[in-house]
Design a binder for this molecule. Sequence first.
Ligand SMILES: *Cc1c(COP(=O)(O)O)cnc(C)c1O
Ligand code: SF4
Length: 459
Amino acid sequence: MIRDLKYQSVTLANFEEFPQIQKLPERMRKDIRVVAQVLPFKSNSYCVNRLIDWTRIPHDPIFTLTFPHRDMLEPEAFDRIERLLDDNAAPEALKAAADEIRLSLNPHPAGQLQHNVPVHEEEPLEGMQHMYRETVLFFPSQGQTCHAYCTFCFRWAQFVGMEGLKFASREAQRLAEYLKARPYVSDVLFTGGDPMIMKTRMLKEYIDAILSVPSVKSIRIGTKAIQYWPQRFISDDDAQELLALFRSVRAAGKHLAVMSHFNHWIELSTPEAQAAVRAIQDTGAQIRTQSPLMKRINDSAKTWSKMWQMQVEAGMVPYYMFIARNTGARRFFEVPLVRAWDIFRDAYKQVSGLARTVRGPSMSALPGKVRIIGVSEVLGEKVFVLNFLQARNPDWVDRPFFAKYDEKASWLTELEPAFGEKKFFYADELRELLEDRSGWSPQASGDPDPVIPEEILAP
Ligand SMILES: *Cc1c(COP(=O)(O)O)cnc(C)c1O
Ligand code: SF4
Protein backbone atom coordinates (compact mmCIF):
# COMPACT_ATOMS: atom_id res chain seq x y z
CA MET A 1 0.00 0.00 0.00
CA ILE A 2 1.33 3.41 -0.93
CA ARG A 3 1.24 5.62 2.10
CA ASP A 4 1.03 9.33 1.96
CA LEU A 5 4.18 10.83 3.46
CA LYS A 6 5.22 14.42 3.61
CA TYR A 7 8.82 15.14 2.68
CA GLN A 8 10.80 16.24 5.66
CA SER A 9 14.55 16.35 5.81
CA VAL A 10 16.30 14.93 8.84
CA THR A 11 19.45 16.84 9.69
CA LEU A 12 21.72 17.76 12.56
CA ALA A 13 19.24 20.49 13.47
CA ASN A 14 16.20 18.25 13.96
CA PHE A 15 17.16 14.57 14.03
CA GLU A 16 16.66 14.23 17.76
CA GLU A 17 13.00 15.15 17.39
CA PHE A 18 12.23 11.81 15.74
CA PRO A 19 10.91 9.12 18.11
CA GLN A 20 13.06 6.41 16.46
CA ILE A 21 16.18 8.48 17.14
CA GLN A 22 15.15 9.33 20.68
CA LYS A 23 15.26 5.61 21.44
CA LEU A 24 18.94 5.37 20.42
CA PRO A 25 21.53 5.45 23.20
CA GLU A 26 22.86 8.96 24.02
CA ARG A 27 26.40 7.87 23.03
CA MET A 28 25.20 7.13 19.51
CA ARG A 29 23.32 10.38 19.20
CA LYS A 30 26.37 12.26 20.36
CA ASP A 31 28.53 10.45 17.81
CA ILE A 32 26.13 11.64 15.15
CA ARG A 33 26.34 15.21 16.46
CA VAL A 34 30.14 15.12 16.37
CA VAL A 35 30.67 13.54 12.96
CA ALA A 36 27.97 15.68 11.36
CA GLN A 37 30.07 18.77 12.10
CA VAL A 38 32.54 17.53 9.50
CA LEU A 39 30.68 15.30 7.06
CA PRO A 40 27.37 16.43 5.63
CA PHE A 41 24.40 14.60 6.99
CA LYS A 42 20.88 14.47 5.67
CA SER A 43 18.27 11.77 5.81
CA ASN A 44 14.55 12.17 5.31
CA SER A 45 11.12 11.09 6.47
CA TYR A 46 10.89 8.33 3.85
CA CYS A 47 14.26 6.78 4.82
CA VAL A 48 13.40 7.01 8.50
CA ASN A 49 9.84 5.70 8.28
CA ARG A 50 9.93 3.32 5.34
CA LEU A 51 13.45 2.07 4.67
CA ILE A 52 15.30 1.79 7.97
CA ASP A 53 14.50 -1.19 10.15
CA TRP A 54 15.01 0.37 13.58
CA THR A 55 15.15 -3.04 15.30
CA ARG A 56 18.45 -3.64 13.46
CA ILE A 57 20.42 -0.59 14.57
CA PRO A 58 23.38 -0.16 14.32
CA HIS A 59 23.55 -2.82 11.58
CA ASP A 60 20.74 -1.65 9.35
CA PRO A 61 22.29 -0.84 5.95
CA ILE A 62 20.09 2.16 5.21
CA PHE A 63 20.80 3.61 8.64
CA THR A 64 24.52 3.24 7.94
CA LEU A 65 23.99 4.76 4.53
CA THR A 66 22.44 7.99 5.78
CA PHE A 67 23.49 8.47 9.42
CA PRO A 68 27.02 9.37 10.54
CA HIS A 69 29.05 6.89 12.58
CA ARG A 70 31.97 7.79 14.85
CA ASP A 71 34.43 5.60 12.93
CA MET A 72 33.90 7.71 9.81
CA LEU A 73 36.47 10.09 11.29
CA GLU A 74 39.96 9.28 12.47
CA PRO A 75 39.99 9.01 16.28
CA GLU A 76 42.09 12.22 16.65
CA ALA A 77 39.73 14.16 14.42
CA PHE A 78 36.72 12.82 16.28
CA ASP A 79 38.20 13.74 19.67
CA ARG A 80 39.12 17.20 18.46
CA ILE A 81 35.57 17.98 17.38
CA GLU A 82 34.05 16.35 20.44
CA ARG A 83 36.23 18.48 22.69
CA LEU A 84 35.23 21.64 20.86
CA LEU A 85 31.55 20.71 21.26
CA ASP A 86 31.96 19.87 24.95
CA ASP A 87 33.66 23.22 25.52
CA ASN A 88 30.90 25.07 23.67
CA ALA A 89 33.49 26.44 21.27
CA ALA A 90 32.60 29.37 19.04
CA PRO A 91 31.02 28.39 15.71
CA GLU A 92 34.01 29.85 13.84
CA ALA A 93 36.46 27.67 15.74
CA LEU A 94 34.32 24.62 15.07
CA LYS A 95 34.06 25.44 11.40
CA ALA A 96 37.80 26.03 11.06
CA ALA A 97 38.56 22.67 12.65
CA ALA A 98 35.95 20.94 10.48
CA ASP A 99 37.33 22.52 7.30
CA GLU A 100 40.82 21.42 8.19
CA ILE A 101 39.70 17.85 8.70
CA ARG A 102 37.71 17.93 5.47
CA LEU A 103 40.73 19.00 3.47
CA SER A 104 42.57 15.94 4.75
CA LEU A 105 39.78 13.73 3.37
CA ASN A 106 40.60 14.15 -0.33
CA PRO A 107 37.53 16.21 -1.20
CA HIS A 108 38.08 15.93 -4.96
CA PRO A 109 39.26 12.47 -5.87
CA ALA A 110 40.44 11.49 -9.35
CA GLY A 111 41.37 15.05 -10.30
CA GLN A 112 37.76 16.08 -10.62
CA LEU A 113 38.37 19.79 -10.21
CA GLN A 114 41.63 20.29 -12.09
CA HIS A 115 41.38 17.92 -14.97
CA ASN A 116 37.89 17.43 -16.26
CA VAL A 117 36.41 20.90 -16.53
CA PRO A 118 36.26 21.73 -20.22
CA VAL A 119 37.05 25.07 -21.78
CA HIS A 120 34.86 26.44 -24.55
CA GLU A 121 35.85 29.57 -26.44
CA GLU A 122 38.51 30.17 -23.78
CA GLU A 123 36.09 30.13 -20.87
CA PRO A 124 35.98 27.24 -18.40
CA LEU A 125 32.56 25.59 -18.23
CA GLU A 126 32.34 25.05 -14.51
CA GLY A 127 29.14 23.02 -14.59
CA MET A 128 30.54 20.37 -16.88
CA GLN A 129 33.04 17.59 -17.02
CA HIS A 130 34.15 15.96 -20.22
CA MET A 131 36.45 13.04 -19.65
CA TYR A 132 35.32 10.44 -22.18
CA ARG A 133 34.70 11.19 -25.82
CA GLU A 134 31.03 10.25 -26.06
CA THR A 135 29.72 11.57 -22.79
CA VAL A 136 29.51 15.01 -21.22
CA LEU A 137 28.64 15.25 -17.54
CA PHE A 138 26.47 18.18 -16.65
CA PHE A 139 25.85 19.52 -13.14
CA PRO A 140 22.79 21.80 -13.23
CA SER A 141 23.25 24.39 -10.52
CA GLN A 142 19.78 23.79 -9.12
CA GLY A 143 20.51 20.09 -8.72
CA GLN A 144 23.49 20.29 -6.38
CA THR A 145 21.82 18.71 -3.40
CA CYS A 146 20.03 15.40 -2.74
CA HIS A 147 16.88 14.10 -1.07
CA ALA A 148 19.20 12.54 1.48
CA TYR A 149 23.00 12.28 1.60
CA CYS A 150 24.91 9.04 1.43
CA THR A 151 27.60 8.89 4.07
CA PHE A 152 30.10 7.45 1.57
CA CYS A 153 29.41 9.98 -1.16
CA PHE A 154 32.33 11.47 -3.07
CA ARG A 155 30.21 14.56 -3.68
CA TRP A 156 30.23 15.40 0.01
CA ALA A 157 32.54 18.38 -0.58
CA GLN A 158 29.80 19.99 -2.68
CA PHE A 159 27.30 19.74 0.14
CA VAL A 160 29.32 21.43 2.85
CA GLY A 161 29.72 24.74 1.06
CA MET A 162 33.51 24.96 1.07
CA GLU A 163 34.63 27.95 -0.95
CA GLY A 164 35.31 27.33 -4.60
CA LEU A 165 34.49 23.66 -4.49
CA LYS A 166 31.01 23.75 -5.88
CA PHE A 167 30.35 22.90 -9.48
CA ALA A 168 27.53 24.91 -10.92
CA SER A 169 26.13 26.11 -14.17
CA ARG A 170 23.05 28.05 -15.04
CA GLU A 171 23.79 27.87 -18.66
CA ALA A 172 21.66 25.45 -20.60
CA GLN A 173 22.48 27.39 -23.76
CA ARG A 174 26.22 27.18 -23.16
CA LEU A 175 25.81 23.46 -22.75
CA ALA A 176 23.97 23.23 -26.07
CA GLU A 177 26.68 25.31 -27.79
CA TYR A 178 29.42 23.13 -26.41
CA LEU A 179 27.61 20.03 -27.64
CA LYS A 180 26.88 21.44 -31.07
CA ALA A 181 30.59 22.13 -31.54
CA ARG A 182 31.41 18.51 -30.69
CA PRO A 183 29.35 16.11 -32.76
CA TYR A 184 31.22 13.10 -31.34
CA VAL A 185 29.35 13.60 -28.06
CA SER A 186 26.36 11.26 -28.16
CA ASP A 187 25.42 11.29 -24.48
CA VAL A 188 24.74 13.92 -21.86
CA LEU A 189 24.68 12.69 -18.31
CA PHE A 190 22.93 14.92 -15.79
CA THR A 191 24.40 14.54 -12.40
CA GLY A 192 24.67 16.50 -9.17
CA GLY A 193 23.89 16.14 -6.33
CA ASP A 194 20.70 14.72 -7.61
CA PRO A 195 19.15 16.39 -10.67
CA MET A 196 15.76 14.99 -9.65
CA ILE A 197 15.75 17.45 -6.78
CA MET A 198 14.99 20.10 -9.41
CA LYS A 199 11.49 21.20 -10.18
CA THR A 200 10.28 19.79 -13.47
CA ARG A 201 10.14 23.19 -15.18
CA MET A 202 13.84 23.73 -14.40
CA LEU A 203 14.84 20.31 -15.67
CA LYS A 204 12.77 20.99 -18.78
CA GLU A 205 14.92 24.04 -19.63
CA TYR A 206 17.97 21.84 -19.78
CA ILE A 207 16.36 18.89 -21.52
CA ASP A 208 14.81 21.09 -24.18
CA ALA A 209 18.18 22.74 -24.86
CA ILE A 210 19.74 19.32 -25.37
CA LEU A 211 16.91 18.07 -27.57
CA SER A 212 17.89 20.91 -29.94
CA VAL A 213 21.27 19.24 -30.58
CA PRO A 214 20.86 16.57 -33.26
CA SER A 215 24.13 14.74 -32.52
CA VAL A 216 23.13 13.98 -28.93
CA LYS A 217 21.32 10.65 -28.93
CA SER A 218 20.94 9.75 -25.29
CA ILE A 219 20.15 11.75 -22.21
CA ARG A 220 20.98 10.15 -18.92
CA ILE A 221 19.92 11.30 -15.49
CA GLY A 222 21.90 10.02 -12.52
CA THR A 223 19.62 9.92 -9.52
CA LYS A 224 18.82 8.33 -6.22
CA ALA A 225 15.23 9.56 -6.13
CA ILE A 226 13.68 6.10 -6.65
CA GLN A 227 15.49 5.08 -3.46
CA TYR A 228 15.30 8.23 -1.34
CA TRP A 229 12.12 9.92 -2.55
CA PRO A 230 10.08 7.81 -4.99
CA GLN A 231 7.23 10.25 -4.51
CA ARG A 232 9.13 12.42 -6.99
CA PHE A 233 7.71 10.21 -9.75
CA ILE A 234 4.30 9.35 -8.33
CA SER A 235 2.84 12.02 -6.08
CA ASP A 236 4.91 15.23 -5.96
CA ASP A 237 3.06 18.28 -7.30
CA ASP A 238 4.91 18.16 -10.59
CA ALA A 239 5.30 14.39 -10.91
CA GLN A 240 2.91 14.17 -13.86
CA GLU A 241 4.68 17.02 -15.63
CA LEU A 242 7.96 15.21 -15.04
CA LEU A 243 6.65 12.02 -16.63
CA ALA A 244 5.39 14.07 -19.58
CA LEU A 245 8.88 15.56 -19.94
CA PHE A 246 10.34 12.04 -19.98
CA ARG A 247 7.85 11.08 -22.70
CA SER A 248 8.90 14.11 -24.74
CA VAL A 249 12.46 12.79 -24.95
CA ARG A 250 11.24 9.59 -26.47
CA ALA A 251 8.89 11.52 -28.76
CA ALA A 252 11.90 13.51 -30.01
CA GLY A 253 13.49 10.23 -31.07
CA LYS A 254 16.09 10.14 -28.30
CA HIS A 255 16.81 7.73 -25.51
CA LEU A 256 16.29 8.64 -21.88
CA ALA A 257 18.19 6.52 -19.38
CA VAL A 258 17.59 6.96 -15.67
CA MET A 259 20.85 5.92 -14.02
CA SER A 260 19.55 4.78 -10.69
CA HIS A 261 21.82 4.43 -7.65
CA PHE A 262 20.89 1.31 -5.72
CA ASN A 263 22.94 0.38 -2.69
CA HIS A 264 20.70 -2.35 -1.38
CA TRP A 265 17.64 -4.34 -2.47
CA ILE A 266 15.75 -2.92 0.52
CA GLU A 267 15.51 0.28 -1.50
CA LEU A 268 13.39 -1.51 -4.06
CA SER A 269 11.22 -3.32 -1.55
CA THR A 270 8.60 -0.62 -0.87
CA PRO A 271 5.41 -0.20 -2.91
CA GLU A 272 6.41 3.44 -3.50
CA ALA A 273 9.72 2.49 -5.13
CA GLN A 274 8.00 -0.17 -7.25
CA ALA A 275 5.39 2.34 -8.37
CA ALA A 276 8.08 4.89 -9.25
CA VAL A 277 9.88 2.31 -11.40
CA ARG A 278 6.69 1.48 -13.30
CA ALA A 279 5.81 5.14 -13.79
CA ILE A 280 9.25 5.87 -15.28
CA GLN A 281 9.16 2.81 -17.51
CA ASP A 282 5.70 3.75 -18.79
CA THR A 283 7.24 6.88 -20.34
CA GLY A 284 9.55 4.81 -22.53
CA ALA A 285 12.61 5.60 -20.41
CA GLN A 286 15.02 2.84 -19.48
CA ILE A 287 16.30 2.43 -15.92
CA ARG A 288 19.89 1.28 -15.49
CA THR A 289 21.29 0.62 -12.05
CA GLN A 290 24.65 1.20 -10.41
CA SER A 291 26.15 1.11 -6.95
CA PRO A 292 29.41 1.14 -5.10
CA LEU A 293 30.39 -1.86 -3.05
CA MET A 294 30.73 -0.96 0.60
CA LYS A 295 31.59 -2.67 3.82
CA ARG A 296 28.64 -2.65 6.28
CA ILE A 297 26.14 -1.82 3.53
CA ASN A 298 26.35 -4.37 0.75
CA ASP A 299 29.55 -6.40 1.09
CA SER A 300 28.01 -9.80 0.47
CA ALA A 301 27.41 -11.66 -2.77
CA LYS A 302 23.90 -12.58 -1.66
CA THR A 303 22.93 -8.91 -1.28
CA TRP A 304 24.12 -8.17 -4.81
CA SER A 305 22.63 -11.19 -6.53
CA LYS A 306 19.29 -10.56 -4.86
CA MET A 307 19.48 -6.86 -5.77
CA TRP A 308 20.28 -7.58 -9.43
CA GLN A 309 17.58 -10.23 -9.58
CA MET A 310 14.96 -7.86 -8.19
CA GLN A 311 16.08 -5.15 -10.60
CA VAL A 312 15.71 -7.46 -13.59
CA GLU A 313 12.28 -8.59 -12.36
CA ALA A 314 11.23 -4.96 -12.29
CA GLY A 315 12.52 -4.49 -15.84
CA MET A 316 15.69 -2.57 -14.97
CA VAL A 317 19.15 -3.16 -16.40
CA PRO A 318 22.06 -3.72 -13.97
CA TYR A 319 24.92 -1.56 -15.22
CA TYR A 320 27.89 -0.94 -12.89
CA MET A 321 29.36 -2.17 -9.63
CA PHE A 322 31.83 0.45 -8.43
CA ILE A 323 34.63 0.37 -5.92
CA ALA A 324 33.97 3.20 -3.44
CA ARG A 325 36.12 6.25 -4.19
CA ASN A 326 39.07 7.27 -2.09
CA THR A 327 37.42 10.19 -0.37
CA GLY A 328 35.53 11.21 2.75
CA ALA A 329 34.65 8.36 5.09
CA ARG A 330 36.03 5.84 2.68
CA ARG A 331 38.10 3.88 5.18
CA PHE A 332 34.91 3.07 7.02
CA PHE A 333 33.46 1.47 3.93
CA GLU A 334 36.62 0.19 2.29
CA VAL A 335 36.67 -3.24 0.68
CA PRO A 336 40.03 -4.53 -0.65
CA LEU A 337 40.12 -5.06 -4.43
CA VAL A 338 40.57 -8.78 -4.16
CA ARG A 339 37.51 -9.08 -1.94
CA ALA A 340 35.52 -6.83 -4.29
CA TRP A 341 36.33 -9.15 -7.16
CA ASP A 342 35.33 -12.20 -5.05
CA ILE A 343 31.99 -10.66 -4.18
CA PHE A 344 31.33 -9.61 -7.75
CA ARG A 345 32.14 -13.02 -9.17
CA ASP A 346 30.22 -14.87 -6.50
CA ALA A 347 27.13 -12.71 -7.11
CA TYR A 348 27.49 -12.77 -10.91
CA LYS A 349 27.56 -16.54 -11.07
CA GLN A 350 24.27 -16.74 -9.17
CA VAL A 351 22.19 -14.77 -11.69
CA SER A 352 21.01 -15.46 -15.21
CA GLY A 353 22.35 -13.74 -18.28
CA LEU A 354 19.71 -11.03 -18.03
CA ALA A 355 21.45 -9.62 -14.95
CA ARG A 356 24.94 -10.10 -16.39
CA THR A 357 24.72 -6.79 -18.16
CA VAL A 358 26.40 -5.49 -15.01
CA ARG A 359 30.09 -4.62 -15.25
CA GLY A 360 32.60 -4.34 -12.48
CA PRO A 361 34.05 -4.09 -10.01
CA SER A 362 35.23 -0.80 -11.43
CA MET A 363 37.26 2.14 -10.13
CA SER A 364 36.55 5.62 -11.50
CA ALA A 365 40.17 6.71 -11.38
CA LEU A 366 42.27 9.43 -12.99
CA PRO A 367 42.96 7.61 -16.29
CA GLY A 368 39.49 6.11 -16.61
CA LYS A 369 37.17 3.42 -15.33
CA VAL A 370 39.39 0.49 -14.46
CA ARG A 371 37.78 -2.88 -14.06
CA ILE A 372 39.24 -5.76 -12.08
CA ILE A 373 38.91 -8.72 -14.39
CA GLY A 374 40.38 -11.08 -11.85
CA VAL A 375 43.38 -12.58 -10.13
CA SER A 376 45.63 -14.87 -12.10
CA GLU A 377 49.10 -16.35 -12.17
CA VAL A 378 51.38 -15.61 -15.10
CA LEU A 379 54.87 -17.12 -15.30
CA GLY A 380 54.81 -17.84 -11.59
CA GLU A 381 53.78 -14.31 -10.60
CA LYS A 382 50.42 -13.69 -8.97
CA VAL A 383 48.76 -10.71 -10.66
CA PHE A 384 45.62 -8.66 -10.95
CA VAL A 385 44.26 -8.60 -14.48
CA LEU A 386 42.68 -5.23 -15.25
CA ASN A 387 41.22 -3.35 -18.16
CA PHE A 388 39.58 -0.03 -18.94
CA LEU A 389 35.80 0.14 -19.32
CA GLN A 390 36.25 3.83 -20.15
CA ALA A 391 39.43 5.82 -20.70
CA ARG A 392 40.57 9.34 -21.47
CA ASN A 393 42.01 7.87 -24.63
CA PRO A 394 39.36 5.54 -26.08
CA ASP A 395 42.15 3.42 -27.50
CA TRP A 396 43.10 2.20 -24.01
CA VAL A 397 39.71 0.54 -23.58
CA ASP A 398 39.53 -3.23 -23.24
CA ARG A 399 43.28 -3.94 -23.31
CA PRO A 400 44.13 -6.30 -20.48
CA PHE A 401 46.99 -5.09 -18.26
CA PHE A 402 48.58 -6.47 -15.16
CA ALA A 403 49.36 -5.32 -11.65
CA LYS A 404 51.23 -7.07 -8.87
CA TYR A 405 48.85 -8.95 -6.66
CA ASP A 406 48.32 -7.09 -3.41
CA GLU A 407 45.92 -8.45 -0.85
CA LYS A 408 45.48 -5.11 0.89
CA ALA A 409 45.23 -2.73 -2.06
CA SER A 410 41.88 -1.04 -2.36
CA TRP A 411 42.48 1.52 -5.13
CA LEU A 412 44.32 1.79 -8.42
CA THR A 413 46.94 4.15 -6.97
CA GLU A 414 47.99 1.43 -4.53
CA LEU A 415 48.81 -0.99 -7.34
CA GLU A 416 52.17 -1.51 -9.02
CA PRO A 417 52.76 -2.87 -12.50
CA ALA A 418 53.54 -6.58 -12.64
CA PHE A 419 56.56 -8.31 -14.22
CA GLY A 420 59.03 -5.71 -12.95
CA GLU A 421 57.75 -2.98 -15.25
CA LYS A 422 58.19 0.60 -14.14
CA LYS A 423 54.81 1.98 -15.15
CA PHE A 424 51.46 1.06 -16.56
CA PHE A 425 51.10 1.25 -20.34
CA TYR A 426 49.07 4.45 -20.25
CA ALA A 427 51.25 6.42 -17.80
CA ASP A 428 53.16 8.68 -20.22
CA GLU A 429 50.17 9.51 -22.35
CA LEU A 430 48.09 10.22 -19.29
CA ARG A 431 50.57 12.82 -18.12
CA GLU A 432 50.28 14.59 -21.46
CA LEU A 433 46.51 14.40 -21.52
CA LEU A 434 46.23 15.96 -18.11
CA GLU A 435 48.05 19.05 -19.29
CA ASP A 436 45.24 19.80 -21.70
CA ARG A 437 42.22 21.57 -20.27
CA SER A 438 39.94 21.87 -23.25
CA GLY A 439 37.74 18.91 -22.41
CA TRP A 440 37.85 15.80 -24.46
CA SER A 441 38.84 16.42 -28.07
CA PRO A 442 40.42 14.27 -30.75
CA GLN A 443 43.67 16.23 -30.33
CA ALA A 444 43.61 15.95 -26.56
CA SER A 445 42.86 12.23 -26.56
CA GLY A 446 46.47 11.43 -27.31
CA ASP A 447 45.43 9.87 -30.60
CA PRO A 448 46.49 12.34 -33.32
CA ASP A 449 44.50 10.60 -36.01
CA PRO A 450 41.46 9.17 -34.31
CA VAL A 451 38.97 7.07 -36.15
CA ILE A 452 35.65 8.59 -35.22
CA PRO A 453 32.84 6.31 -36.29
CA GLU A 454 30.78 7.85 -39.04
CA GLU A 455 27.52 7.35 -37.25
CA ILE A 456 28.86 9.58 -34.51
CA LEU A 457 29.84 12.34 -36.91
CA ALA A 458 26.67 12.26 -38.95
CA PRO A 459 23.88 13.78 -36.91
C1 LIG B 1 31.28 6.89 -15.81
C2 LIG B 1 31.48 8.17 -16.45
C3 LIG B 1 30.85 8.45 -17.67
C4 LIG B 1 29.93 7.47 -18.35
O1 LIG B 1 30.58 6.31 -18.77
P1 LIG B 1 29.76 5.14 -19.47
O2 LIG B 1 30.68 3.99 -19.54
O3 LIG B 1 29.36 5.63 -20.81
O4 LIG B 1 28.58 4.86 -18.61
C5 LIG B 1 31.12 9.67 -18.25
N1 LIG B 1 31.94 10.58 -17.68
C6 LIG B 1 32.57 10.34 -16.52
C7 LIG B 1 33.49 11.37 -15.96
C8 LIG B 1 32.34 9.13 -15.85
O5 LIG B 1 32.97 8.89 -14.70
S1 SF4 C 1 22.28 10.40 -3.69
FE1 SF4 C 1 24.11 10.24 -5.00
S2 SF4 C 1 24.98 12.32 -5.07
FE2 SF4 C 1 23.48 12.27 -3.37
S3 SF4 C 1 24.69 11.78 -1.57
FE3 SF4 C 1 23.98 9.84 -2.37
S4 SF4 C 1 25.59 9.08 -3.77
FE4 SF4 C 1 25.95 11.28 -3.36
